[in-house]
Design a protein around this ligand. Structure first.
Ligand code: SF4
Length: 185
């Protein structure tokens, strides 16, 4: 068996807590945040070309599975990260909103690419000019299309939010206000 060069081995940073030999303590929300951020279940809502970049992100070169998020869900009830990738026609907007509403809390939204974020080059009567007109968005990924590296960076930014968020975001007054601004409870 080939020997592993120890200089190439990176040791992951332990989350903040009280450490000692054979002893580690942290708060429950930090432990849950750590578990949540490394076990996201994405729901890919891919409607056009950005979806192809997502397929590349899933494949072996970029290997989305490294982030603990390889288990895609095509059921909103078993997903916690909605990834919207592609042009969203106004006719499709109610469907996207319905999907979002069916997701259980806690849930996060990643808007991938110019079309999902702003309508992109389709400044036209039939295209929704950004999904944040109908649902709240946590992280935007720029580009037309964004490279898989950018999509991964977007997911990592979602992970940061997930890690640092309170256990019950739905009880947060700010979050409630945000949902209320979209006419949701
Ligand atoms: S942002 Fe560009 S690549 Fe992505 S769906 Fe729109 S036109 Fe296609």
């Amino acid at each position: 068996m080939a020997e592993i060069e120890t200089s190439k081995v990176k040791i992951a940073q332990a989350p903040p807590g009280f450490e000692g030999p054979g002893f580690f303590a942290t708060s429950l929300d930090k432990a849950i945040g750590l578990a949540r951020k490394n076990s996201l279940w994405p729901l890919p809502f891919a409607t056009s070309c950005c979806g192809i970049e997502f397929m590349a992100t899933m494949a072996s070169t970029y290997d989305f599975g490294r982030f603990g998020a390889e288990r895609l869900s095509f059921s909103p009830r078993q997903a916690d990260m909605l990834m919207v990738m592609g042009t969203i026609a106004k006719k499709m907007a109610p469907v996207l909103r319905h999907v979002y509403e069916q997701m259980a809390e806690p849930r996060w939204v990643l808007s991938v690419g110019a079309c999902a974020s702003s309508g992109g080059i389709f400044d036209t009567y039939s295209v929704l000019q950004g999904i944040d007109k109908i649902i709240p968005v946590d992280v935007y990924v720029p580009g037309c299309p964004p490279r898989p590296e950018q999509i991964l960076e977007g997911v990592m930014n979602i992970q940061k939010l997930v890690h640092n968020e309170s256990l019950r975001r739905r009880n947060d007054p700010e979050y409630k206000m945000l949902l209320a601004s979209y006419g949701m409870e």
